[in-house]
Design a protein around this ligand. Structure first.
Ligand code: AKG
Ligand code: FE2
Length: 301
């Protein structure tokens, strides 16, 4: 159902991998990508770092709470994001970091390029996440080149838009589904991602469900070292609807679960209007709108 793609075969332009990516991008909106530069140990280590952070008592995470800092950097407590207006706020916790610009760079004033907030515990958190962020961005760029080729565009057609990506690396922590959870409560409610490409690592436990066209849900899981990829609203719009942004959710089950999406988005100023459109739509403006709708601390009631 969900295509499985060998990234090295995609990079080499092997017909089978390119065709699988075309189906993933234009039909199902999801794929599993394996054989990347980020091996199982690196991913497992990164997930362990997040786990250690999330297990800290709330009082130790509170100084990094984005509801207090106002930027989308740092910790999001349970209930701090509502991705679907018809559901309650998600019960997951998360931690966001992004690109690190040098001190004094004026772009650091913008929320997408804001300085990261690094907790001092657990040991090695910043170093591990910075390294993972850098390498995950390279893997995401390789995937995106394969996507470009798969829809008949030059392989490098997206490259220049990603010179300063508004890429956001997130650790999601889902506790076991709480006793109080009702039908409007989710780990993460049904949504489409906002940006271009999501490169998702998970601890291997089930939980993610992808909406089937015509109804129903497809469970998708991947062990550390394999990545679930999917496409967001921005690239769907940018490609004139050719690339699919498929809704997905996590209801949550009996065990805790950690997932690590990299939301790989282009530079703020990128015009993501489809070819031939007479309007200009800036990538940063679309993201601003979506974050304002969904981060509870930014919601305009
Ligand atoms: O945890 C997952 O598997 C999915 C997370 C997700 O959809 C998101 O963070 O946008
Ligand atoms: Fe998502």
């Amino acid at each position: 159902m969900i295509p499985r793609i060998d990234l090295q075969a995609l990079i080499a332009g092997k017909a089978e991998a390119v065709e699988a990516m075309r189906l993933a991008a234009t039909d199902i909106g999801f794929a599993i990508v394996y054989n990347t530069a980020l091996g199982p140990n690196r991913v497992a280590q990164t997930i362990d770092m997040y786990r250690a952070f999330f297990r800290l008592p709330a009082a130790e995470k509170r100084p990094y709470d984005m509801a207090q800092t106002g930027s989308n950097r740092g910790w999001g407590a349970a209930g701090s994001e509502q991705v679907n207006p018809e559901a309650n706020a998600d019960y997951k916790q998360f931690f966001d970091c992004g690109v690190s610009l040098p001190a004094g760079d004026p772009l650091r004033e913008m929320p997408f390029y804001a300085p990261n907030l690094w907790p001092d515990k657990p040991d090695g958190f910043e170093e591990t996440l910075r390294g993972y962020y850098r390498d995950a961005c390279s893997v995401a760029m390789q995937v995106l080149r394969g996507v470009a080729q798969s829809i008949g565009r030059p392989r490098d057609s997206f490259d220049t838009a990603f010179y300063l990506p508004m890429a956001l690396l997130r650790g999601n922590y889902y506790p076991a589904r709480p006793d109080w959870a009702g039908e409007k409560d989710f780990g993460i409610a049904t949504h489409t991602d906002y940006g271009c490409l999501t490169l998702l690592a998970t601890d291997g436990s089930p939980g993610l469900e992808v909406r089937k066209r015509g109804g129903g849900w497809i469970p998708v899981s991947a062990p550390p070292g394999e990545f679930i990829i999917n496409f967001g609203e921005m690239i769907s719009f940018w490609s004139g609807g050719e690339i699919q942004a498929t809704p997905h959710r996590v209801v949550g089950g009996t065990a805790e679960r950690i997932s690590v999406p990299l939301f790989f988005n282009p530079a703020y100023e990128t015009n993501v209007a489809p070819d031939g459109a007479d309007e200009v739509v800036k990538a940063g403006d679309h993201l601003t709108k979506r974050y304002t709708e969904t981060y509870v601390h930014l919601q305009k009631k």
